[in-house]
Design a binder for this molecule. Structure first.
Ligand SMILES: N[C@@H](Cc1c[nH]cn1)C(=O)NCC(=O)O
Length: 437
């Protein structure tokens, strides 16, 4: 099945996802221009991102159900249509309300893309290739952030707001044309989504949720990805500049380092997952543990964190994105193909719900400390950030407990099918005796 046709279909899907990431991140890189255009301060501007993320996260499960029913081709082209309309709206918007409506449309279209594109992998490629190809899908999509930061920003400076956003709308129109012309849901002779068993929406959703493997994916995605999202999308920049006192160019350099590490880490993680499918959750727990340790060090160090320590934190946070792809691998391996979109949607809501919840809690804790006079250094002082950002450790702990609980259930079910996951100490002992021999 791994013909040139499969690679073409996958390549188009990945292109559509990359463009969705450009649309998603484009507004964030033109903060200064947006402040001027909408006469809005930081809080109001952050509403653009929050609203977009809320729309994205709340649509994941409906989109999953729809992609199982209508297939990738329709969903990705409808998504690109919403994103084109959203960017068109932003291109001409001059008030906060009209701008936010544009970002909502972009969030809707973006929500329809990733889950739909990921569905192509197991349909067009043999199972053994799926972990690496899923990782590559996620990884190549992240290049969209660089497209926003470099060519889009340059275009904005050269041609101005309206032209730059019209160009982004045109990019999504290109996606619609290419997808409708060349993307097919399944190879000839393989049943497309609509041809699967005809379960009702409620049954599909209930069956995907009842499957403990789906919930293992959800909690993996929830636990390992959110801290990186919170850092990259909301609080990383203010923490480094206002809290730690770094200059803006150092903070921007660390943000680019974040994207670079996320790009490099994808393929080795994909290979690990393909080789050690019984150790997927262990990798999630290991990266979550590293994240907790790195945050603890940065938050506890008296007098602020040196740049090298912040770089270690950023590298660890960047691993969370690729590692969260393990969540989708759980969805794929524990669900039948006709329920895959729904299960993937459930998993993908995890990290984004956790990120939104944590972003809100951090903002709330900063405000409360300020209002109670507990942060004499100012709203964004290092001391205030130490307390507020520590809330992430609680969210991580909650996610880890939920993950461990559902993993026990998954392992019981596997044992009933005669698949036993040997304890790590046994694997380690075997490895050592093998080496001695
Ligand atoms: N885990 C991310 C994607 C990713 C892959 N490598 C780094 N990040 C994810 O959940 N993506 C969903 C989306 O819509 O982008």
């Amino acid at each position: 099945m791994n013909s040139w046709r499969a690679w073409t279909v996958w390549g188009i899907g990945v292109f559509a996802y990359l463009v969705a990431v450009v649309q998603r991140t484009s507004f964030g890189v033109v903060g200064l221009e947006a402040t001027e255009r909408f006469s809005a301060g930081g809080t109001l501007l952050s509403a653009f991102t929050v609203v977009q993320l809320v729309v994205y996260a709340s649509l994941q499960i409906p989109v999953g159900l729809l992609v199982d029913r209508f297939g990738t081709r329709i969903m990705v082209s409808v998504g690109a249509t919403f994103m084109a309309l959203g960017q068109l709206q932003i291109a001409v918007a001059e008030s906060v309300v009209t701008g936010i409506i544009g970002r909502m449309l972009v969030g809707m279209g973006d929500a329809m893309t990733f889950v739909s594109v990921l569905r192509l992998v197991p349909v067009w490629f043999e199972g053994r290739k799926a972990p690496l190809l899923s990782q590559l899908t996620g990884m190549i999509g992240q290049v969209g952030q660089l497209v926003s930061v470099i060519p889009f920003l340059a275009l904005m400076h050269a041609t101005g707001w309206t032209q730059a956003f019209l160009s982004l709308a045109a990019l999504s129109v290109l996606v619609i044309v290419v997808v409708l012309a060349l993307l097919r849901n399944a190879p000839p002779g393989v049943s497309a989504p609509r041809e699967g068993p005809t379960e009702g929406t409620r049954e599909v959703l209930a069956a995907a949720w009842r499957q403990p493997g789906t919930r293992l994916g959800l909690w993996s995605h929830f636990t390992v990805q959110f801290s990186g999202n919170v850092f990259a999308l909301a609080w990383g920049f203010p923490f480094m500049v206002a809290g730690q006192g770094y200059d803006a160019s150092t903070a921007a350099g660390l943000m680019s380092f974040f994207v670079a590490v996320a790009l490099v880490a994808g393929p080795p993680m994909g290979r690990f997952v393909a080789r050690h499918p019984l150790r997927r959750s262990t990798l999630v727990l290991a990266i979550t543990g590293l994240t907790a340790v790195a945050w603890t060090a940065v938050l506890l160090l008296p007098g602020g964190a040196p740049v090298w320590l912040m770089a270690i934190l950023v590298a660890v946070l960047a691993l969370g994105g690729p590692c969260s792809m393990i969540g989708f691998d759980f969805a794929r391996t524990f669900n039948p193909s006709h329920r895959l979109g729904t299960a993937t949607g459930i998993v993908n809501s995890g990290g984004f719900v956790a990120a939104l919840l944590t972003m809100f809690l951090i903002g709330y804790l900063l405000d409360v400390q300020h209002a109670l006079g507990l942060s004499p250094g100012g709203l964004y002082s290092l001391e205030a950030f130490r307390v507020a950002l520590a809330v992430q450790l609680l969210v991580m702990a909650g996610g880890t407990l939920a993950l461990l609980g559902v993993r026990r259930k998954v392992r019981r079910d596997l044992a009933a099918q005669n698949v036993h996951v040997p304890p790590l100490r046994e694997v380690w002992a075997q490895f050592r005796s093998g080496r001695r021999r």
